[in-house]
Design a protein around this ligand. Structure first.
Ligand SMILES: Nc1ncnc2c1ncn2[C@@H]1O[C@H](COP(=O)(O)OP(=O)(O)OP(=O)(O)O)[C@@H](O)[C@H]1O
Ligand SMILES: [Mg+2]
Length: 313
């Protein structure tokens, strides 16, 4: 079973508007509620493509109930710990005039020490029998980045592979505990390393440094420029697929889902990278965060190409 751990659960509300004009009532062209929060996004995508997962984390209030109902409707098993406050609703505003995408995030959940202890216990118990763990995202107030280091160390002790996706202090703390994979995008990678990543060669060198220092294999994604997967003894550039892009929000989370699927199916990681890339392209085709259609994923899968990197002369 794939285990996903989301401390800061979220529902995303994506609103498409003609243009963003202050001090005006703007009528939405389209609005859609979908999942938010990286690991639950991955569960949501896995559910769509028919792969079971167990979603752990914190939820709260009516929005938390709604997130669980949405996940269960896709066949995800949920076992969240109820906390205070309210599961977040983040708003993604997309404008048609200039193609901008603006995300407004909130912080409305309240977690106490006893909740963290309860989640840790549930997580430790669920690790037995887990094929892999997806964890990451921001943390609600009341939690520190040490939570991620602890979860990754526990998984390592149980020999369960981890796929970790976080930013800033959370990424640094988790990486110190040596996750199996991280999935930084360009900004997350630049902040981690303290330098800009301008080319695939830059990314390759960064990836090799991360493997050498932590033993962690980075799957680095660069939006419409594709991805670079640096594994211990090989690396691949993965060109993006050509699809009509409506919203890329949650495309990176599709990569997490794909990687996890290859562990659950006992397949080589190459299969996970392919499925992740096909699912990421399918996510780009729909407006909702991490929303995709199974038939798009299946149709796109044969188009994914893994090119050994650096390319042979
Ligand atoms: N415009 C696009 N066209 C085609 N494929 C895309 C596009 N944007 C993203 N992708 C695919 O999705 C993958 C992940 O995208 P990206 O780097 O944007 O992830 P991310 O920043 O982590 O996203 P999020 O955090 O919203 O899930 C890319 O490697 C690529 O395969
Ligand atoms: Mg991401």
């Amino acid at each position: 079973m794939i285990l996903t751990v989301t401390p800061n659960t979220t529902i995303d509300l994506t609103i498409i508007i003609p243009s963003l004009t202050p001090n005006k009532t703007i009528r939405a062209v389209q609005s859609v509620y979908s999942m938010g929060g990286k690991p639950t996004d991955a569960s949501w995508i896995l559910g769509e493509i028919g792969i079971p997962s167990l979603a752990l984390g914190f939820t709260s209030g009516a929005t938390g109930d709604r997130a669980q109902t949405m996940l269960r409707a896709r066949g995800v098993t949920t076992d969240f710990i109820p906390v205070g406050g309210e599961t977040r609703i983040n708003v993604v505003i997309m404008t048609q005039d200039n193609g901008s995408q603006t995300t407004l995030t909130t912080s409305t959940m309240v977690v106490e020490a006893a909740h963290v202890t309860a989640l840790r216990e549930k997580y430790a118990a669920s690790l037995r029998g887990a094929d892999c763990v997806i964890l990451g995202g921001t943390l609600p107030s009341g939690m520190t980045p040490a939570f991620y280091a602890d979860c990754i160390a526990l998984a390592n002790a149980h020999h369960v592979p981890t796929i970790f996706d976080a930013a800033d202090a959370n990424l640094r703390a988790g990486l110190d505990a040596r996750p199996t994979f991280i999935k930084p995008n360009r900004d997350e990678l630049a902040t981690l390393l303290g330098r800009e990543i301008q080319s695939m060669e830059d990314a390759y060198l960064a990836g090799r440094e991360i493997v050498a220092q932590y033993g962690t294999q980075p799957i680095m994604t660069f939006g419409a420029e594709g991805a670079l997967a640096v594994l211990r003894d090989r690396a691949y550039f993965i060109p993006p697929l050509s699809v009509p892009v409506v919203s890329p929000a949650g495309a990176g989370d599709a990569m997490l889902a794909g990687l996890a699927a290859s562990f659950a199916r006992r397949q080589p990681i190459e299969e996970g990278l392919k499925l992740g890339t096909a699912a990421a392209a399918a996510v780009c085709m729909l407006p909702g965060t991490a929303d995709c259609r199974r038939e798009d994923v299946e149709r796109l899968l044969p188009q994914v190409e893994l090119r050994p990197f650096p390319p042979k002369a």
